[in-house]
Design a protein around this ligand. Structure first.
Ligand code: NDP
Length: 315
């Protein structure tokens, strides 16, 4: 049978490009987990993905009720689940004030980290049941959360601090909307959320890899300077960012190439190693990359996991 893969945020950018690559191999059925059904339908059509090869299911990661309903729908569909890709994200670099999810968490960490945290925890049982030759959970990371890189050193840098803001619920009412307890900064909130994504992947590996055989992985697909991720940025930035990445940093990668990279982490039978953060060199060969000290700190990973469990109602 074909493998079944859920990709969150498959209505644009990296998620859509990955769906297209996987479907073209004729080995995968893609469940596009999207908040905007019509947009997802149009995106699938314009990418030329044939109707039989995808299913769109509604998921709004900024609502934990929506996450729970989505998981129920997956269970009821009777379709086995083999791979989960946590790809969706919001990036709000120019926001002056924080905005919040349905449960009142700051939107970037609430969507990118907490929504995916609940989703992946609840879908673990479905993945365990799969009889596919391999099962995987992939959480898309980013270089920007890694302060051991040049890109990760552009201020404001990621820093989760002592997690006091996260422990306080990130609601900006009786505490800070930022994980470290500081003042709101949209660009930093995104980077912090990506550190949480990478820590979560490693904590999943420590807790569940041996018991379940599931491969947990993260990756930095390269700088895909053209995606909708930068839609909230000022126009001048959007104009100059792609050529800057192409000619100056040389980190630029097309959506198509980035899609091939993520598709490789989904489907390449040889990429079975768990607990790994994949990157690619100039010739597009994958290699295991080093995470920053904070993004690989097991103690922090455990704490983020435990606090997140409380926030999403799992503990
Ligand atoms: P896009 O903005 O193109 O795609 C993001 C997707 O997330 C969209 O489909 C969007 O849906 C979806 N999304 C946002 N909020 C929600 C929500 N509440 N519920 C469900 N879906 C939601 O950005 P990219 O393709 O660039 O980003 C994909 C991933 O790649 C992210 O994890 C990002 O951090 C990562 N990444 C991107 C890099 C880059 O250079 N672009 C570099 C490194 C990592 P909708 O279409 O409805 O808006």
């Amino acid at each position: 049978r074909k493998g079944n893969v859920i990709i969150t945020g498959a209505s644009s950018g990296l998620g859509l490009a990955t769906a297209k690559v996987l479907v073209e191999t004729e080995k995968w059925h893609v469940i596009m987990a999207c908040r905007n059904f019509l947009k997802a339908e149009r995106a699938a059509k314009s990418a030329g993905i044939a109707k039989d090869n995808y299913t769109i299911m509604h998921l709004d990661l900024a609502s934990l009720d929506s996450v729970r309903q989505f998981v129920d729908s997956v269970r009821l569909s009777g379709r086995p689940l083999d791979v989960l890709v946590c790809n969706a994200a919001v990036y709000l670099p120019t926001a002056k004030e924080p905005t919040f999810t349905a449960e009142g968490f700051e939107l970037s960490v609430g969507t990118n980290h907490l929504g995916h945290f609940l989703l992946s925890r609840l879908l673990l049982d479905e993945l365990k049941k799969s009889d596919y030759p391999f099962k995987r959970v992939i959480i898309v990371g980013s270089i920007t959360g890694n302060t051991n890189t040049l890109a990760g050193n552009v201020p404001p840098k990621a820093n989760l601090g002592d997690l006091r803001g996260l422990a306080g619920g990130l609601n900006g009412i009786n505490g800070s909307p930022m994980i470290d307890g500081g003042d709101f900064d949209g660009a930093k909130a995104y980077k912090d959320s990506k550190v949480c994504n990478m820590l979560t992947m490693q904590e999943f590996h420590r807790r569940y890899h041996e018991e379940t055989g599931i491969t947990f992985a993260s990756l930095y697909p390269g700088c895909i300077a053209t995606t909708g991720l930068f839609r909230e940025h000022i126009p001048l930035f959007r104009l100059l960012f792609p050529p800057f990445q192409k000619y100056i940093t040389k980190g630029y990668v097309s959506e198509e190439e980035a899609g091939k990279r993520l598709a490789q982490v989904v489907s390449d039978p040889s990429l079975t190693k768990s607990g790994v953060y994949w990157s690619w060199n100039k010739n597009s060969a994958s290699f295991e990359n080093q995470l920053s000290q904070e993004a690989s700190n097991p103690e922090k990973a455990r704490k983020v996991w435990e606090i997140s469990e409380k926030l999403v109602g799992l503990a």
